[in-house]
Write a new protein. Structure first.
Length: 183
């Protein structure tokens, strides 16, 4: 009887512990900026993200070279001149859902939250707080967010001849379809 109880207890612990972490390796980040001279658009569909529903901890990471641009020359300038992708290959975020009390991960629904943490890119880390939407369903969690980042805040230099043609604020749209981690 003791062995049966132990097996049931461990099984319950096992199933409850892995259902608290959700992840994806195919998250998406779109970047967008439009001026009178340029429209900068790119998509990256190789973003890893992990969410711990017990603590609200979130971590995401991607390689800067994973952004795909329609025009090869724009992609080359993005990686070589702006992001300096060889020198700073990754962009990362590590943070937490700031208002966990708004979310019930055991109930399907849509939850508007704030996420606070450290966004690191181009070798520079800044603390950010941005809005996000979590959609909890029986198949997983969809997480989305749209916000602007400042090139200057991340020490991304714009060539003098382009300063009046490139916006400092670049829009980021994030979308993650997170599935329960099964060990």
């Amino acid at each position: 009887m003791k062995k049966l109880f132990l097996v049931l207890a461990l099984t319950g612990f096992f199933f409850s512990s892995f259902s608290q972490k959700y992840m994806t390796k195919t998250g998406k980040i779109d970047i967008y900026s439009k001026t009178s001279m340029f429209t900068i658009e790119a998509a990256n569909k190789k973003v890893a993200c992990v969410l711990n529903t017990e603590t609200g901890d979130i971590a995401a990471s991607t390689l800067c070279l994973s952004f795909d641009f329609e025009e090869a020359l724009v992609e080359e300038h993005f990686n070589e001149n702006y992001m300096e992708s060889e020198k700073y290959p990754k962009a990362t975020f590590s943070g937490k859902i700031a208002d966990m009390s708004k979310v019930d991960f055991t109930k399907n629904g849509t939850y508007n939250v704030s996420v606070t943490g450290t966004l690191t890119m181009h070798g520079t880390a800044n603390t950010i707080t941005e809005p996000a939407v979590l959609v909890v369903s029986s198949t997983g969690i969809k997480a989305t967010s749209t916000f602007n980042v400042s090139l200057a805040a991340y020490k991304i230099k714009v060539e003098e001849s382009y300063k009046d043609r490139i916006n400092d604020a670049i829009e980021l749209k994030l979308a993650f379809d997170l599935a329960a981690v099964v060990n």
